[in-house]
Each structure stands twice: as structure tokens, then as C-alpha cells.
Ligand binder design. Structure first.
Ligand SMILES: *Cc1c(COP(=O)(O)O)cnc(C)c1O
Length: 426
């Protein structure tokens, strides 16, 4: 593999051309294993960023892709429909909160978020109200496109860089009470103050339910989410839940909002939707929101990507949802969660560790010092695992099919790293 070409000419996520680290060349992936060019097998702890919940190279997902590609890999969605889309949306609507009745299929998570924000803006426009603001939480992450970035944590997404281009929205303090801690009503104080003060300008609240992912891997109390729903109802503000990371079983519930027994007005899903095979996302909403949007001046919802409802992606996604139902994901996730619960607290013995937390198939080790990416990544590979930390967060979200030994191997590798101070910045 021409790694020198890669290093010189190809941008990887959030990387510099001045100081590019060499990437690990992957030849194939199978089950929970990623195989490097040199034959080394790595146990995957990332599910390729929350997505590959059934593991790699899955026979049924492969079959769905092969069958669909033999018919058509893509056809436009304007004025045309097809069974992969219909079948996927039927299944999707049968598993999401039951107030959601309308599906918009989009290309990626960020686009699903853009679509959700546009829906909320068009909803208020139709009602003849000017509501140009969104209310969200600090430490959140909603994607890298402009509107998505505008509701992502201002420091993490470097809002200062894009000042003038980026709309300025309202940020409330992120939840401080953890999922397993005792609830404290004061956690909602700042959010309550912000929505009380600005509600007439706010089109919608957007947040990640229960787990704030890329913005800090924070796992918060369901009562916070219940409070947000109650306040949105009280002030007549729409609630958008971004379940792009949490959706499809990752937190131990099919959707994280089920931990709080609440329903969104608009729901974004992506990442694991196709079982990690290709990019596809969806934004779902209620009949009322959809019809109000379309009753406005535009007469329709103003969005339509070229590759909307790509049949190949829809066919695989539909099959992935069937697999989820057959595979007893609850039991699989419970096994992973029980190993996190048993072994992660031991890591608190290390001086370097400031916190450990877990929920469902998400395990997080927060350290006092930032990782040295090059050194820690090499150590993980040497240990035969694939874990990709960022900053002071070493986290795991393994495929649901992982066996206990795989999870233990991931934790053992993290423990090895904690014993080597050169894995961390000074
Ligand atoms: C990853 C992610 C996104 C963005 O999805 P992309 O497919 O990377 O555009 C949005 N919201 C959340 C919560 C995510 O985890």
C-alpha cells in the first residue's frame, strides 16, 4: 500500500498536512476484527465510530448489498420510489417513538441535523412566527457542516474561526449529574433560565439524549431529559433529538430517549442505520410538524439530496434493522455493559484516571492528561486492539457481537497504556 502517497496527498479526519501521522493500512475486516496489511488482527473497540454494530463483513448484510446491486445501485428519488426505501421506512417507523410518522432520508448525520433544523425553521415560518434561534447544550456534537457546527460546542468546534459565517445560537450548561448518580434539580437551572428568557426566539431545542458523544462522552441523568421535554412543552418549543450516535441499541435501549420515556418532535438517526456499511441517515417527525411545514409559503419541505434514499444503502439498512431484531441486541449489549461495570472501576486506581463511566455498549476512561496519539495508538495496535482516543478520553463502543473476551482485551490494553506515561502528554 502506498502509505507515502496517503501521507502526502490524502486528508484524514481532523488532520494536518504539515505533520501527518502515518495511518495504519487495513486490508480487510471480519466480525469484530480489523485486519492490517501485515496480517495483524485487531479487536475493534470503535465500531468504526458507532456504526458497525453487527461487526464487519456480515453475510446477511453482504447478501442484501449483492442482491440490490444486481437490480440497481441508485436511481433518483424525485418522482420515483422503490422497495428498499419503502421497506426500510416501514421498519424504521415501527421502532421509533410512535408519534413520528414521516421520514426524510438523507446522506449523512450532519445532513440529517441540517434537515432537522430546516424543518423547525420552516415549521415556525408556516405559522407566521419569526424564530431564528436554536437552544442547545454545551459539550454537544451535531456534525461538521455549518448549521450543525453552529449548535455544536463553541470551543470544541472553534466557533471563533468562523465568526461572521456561523449563526449564533443559545447554549445552556451541559448536564453535570451522571446517569447513575442521584438526581439534583439544580442541574436544569441554566437550561430553564435560557428557555424562559429566549423562548419567543427559539425554533427548537436540539440535543443528544443521555449521551453527549464526540463533544465529551458525557453520560447524563434521564431526569435532565425529562425536564427538557417538560420545558419545551411548557414554552411551546420543538424538541429535536440527535440520536445519530445513540440510536439502534447502543445505550441499552433501542433509542436513548426511552431511558427518560420521552418522545421528540424531530429525531435524527444515522451512523448505525446501515450497520456501518455505507452512509445513510434519516430525519423523522410527526404528522403535525410535517404538515405544518408543507402548509407554508414554500408548499413543500425545501430539501432533496441527489443521492436521497440510495437503494443500496436502504437495502442494507433494512437488513441491518432485521438483524438487530433477530440478534437479541439487548442481551448482547447487557453482556458488554456488565464487563464495563465489572472492570472499568478498577482503573480508578491509576493516578492518571479522573473518571470512568459506562452505559450499554459505551465505556469511557477519562484521564487527567491528554493522550499522545501516536504513542498510544501504536501501543494499542501492538496489543491487538483498535481504540482511537481523543484528548483526555479513551472510549470504547464495540460491535454488539463482541464476546466477553474481546471486551476484556480492550480494557486490558487500556490498562497497559495507563502504565506507560509516554502514552500521555506531559
Ligand atoms: C457523528 C455524529 C453526527 C454527524 O454525523 P456524520 O455522519 O459524521 O455527518 C451528528 N450528531 C451526532 C450525535 C454524531 O455522533
Amino acid at each position: 500500500m502506498d502509505l507515502e502517497f496517503d501521507r502526502r496527498h490524502i486528508w484524514h479526519p481532523y488532520t494536518s498536512t504539515l505533520n501527518p501521522l502515518t495511518c495504519y493500512p487495513v486490508a480487510s475486516a471480519n466480525g469484530v476484527h480489523i485486519e492490517l496489511d501485515n496480517g495483524r488482527q485487531l479487536i475493534d473497540g470503535m465500531s468504526s465510530w458507532w456504526a458497525a454494530i453487527h461487526g464487519y463483513n456480515h453475510p446477511q448484510l453482504n447478501q442484501a448489498a449483492h442482491e440490490q446491486i444486481g437490480k440497481m445501485s441508485h436511481v433518483m428519488f424525485g418522482g420515483i420510489t422503490h422497495n428498499p426505501a419503502i421497506s426500510l421506512c416501514k421498519t424504521l417507523l415501527s421502532i421509533v417513538p410512535d408519534n413520528l410518522e414521516q421520514v426524510f432520508l438523507a446522506d449523512s448525520g450532519s445532513v440529517a441535523v441540517e434537515v432537522s433544523l430546516k424543518m423547525a425553521l420552516q415549521y415556525w415560518h408556516s405559522k407566521g412566527q419569526r424564530r431564528p434561534k436554536f437552544l442547545t447544550l454545551r459539550d454537544g456534537y451535531h456534525g461538521d457542516t455549518f448549521a450543525a457546527m453552529s449548535v455544536t460546542d463553541p470551543d470544541n468546534s472553534m466557533h471563533s474561526l468562523y465568526k461572521g459565517f456561523l449563526p449564533e445560537h443559545i447554549f445552556a450548561a451541559s448536564p453535570k449529574v451522571g446517569f447513575h448518580q442521584t438526581w439534583d434539580e439544580s442541574d436544569l437551572e441554566d437550561f430553564t433560565a435560557k428557555i424562559t428568557e429566549h423562548h419567543q426566539d427559539i425554533a427548537a431545542v436540539i440535543l443528544e439524549p443521555i449521551v453527549q458523544g464526540a463533544g465529551g462522552m458525557r453520560i447524563y441523568h434521564p431526569k435532565f431529559l425529562q425536564g427538557v421535554r417538560r420545558l419545551c412543552d411548557e414554552f411551546g418549543v420543538l424538541l429535536i433529538l440527535d440520536e445519530i450516535a445513540t440510536g439502534f441499541g447502543r445505550t441499552g435501549k433501542l433509542f436513548a430517549c426511552e431511558h427518560a420515556n420521552i418522545k421528540p418532535d424531530i429525531l435524527c438517526v444515522g451512523k448505525a442505520l446501515t450497520g456501518g456499511y455505507m452512509t445513510l441517515s434519516a430525519t423523522l417527525t410527526s404528522k403535525n410538524v410535517a404538515d405544518t411545514v408543507c402548509a407554508g409559503q414554500a408548499g413543500c419541505f425545501m430539501h432533496g439530496p441527489t443521492f436521497m434514499a440510495n437503494p443500496l444503502a436502504c437495502a442494507v439498512a433494512g437488513t441491518s434493522l432485521e438483524l438487530l431484531a433477530q440478534n437479541h441486541w439487548q442481551a448482547q449489549v447487557k453482556v458488554i455493559e456488565s464487563i464495563f461495570a465489572e472492570y472499568l472501576p478498577n482503573l480508578l486506581e491509576y493516578e492518571l484516571v479522573s473518571d470512568v463511566r459506562w452505559l450499554g455498549a459505551i465505556g469511557v476512561v477519562e484521564t487527567k492528561r491528554a493522550v499522545n496519539m501516536e504513542v498510544i495508538q501504536a501501543l494499542f495496535v501492538e496489543q491487538g486492539v483498535w481504540i482511537r482516543p481523543f484528548g483526555r478520553l479513551i472510549y470504547m463502543m464495540p460491535p454488539f457481537i463482541s464476546q466477553s473476551d474481546h471486551i476484556k482485551a480492550l480494557i486490558t490494553a487500556i490498562e497497559k497504556a495507563l502504565q506507560q506515561s509516554n502514552c500521555f502528554e506531559a
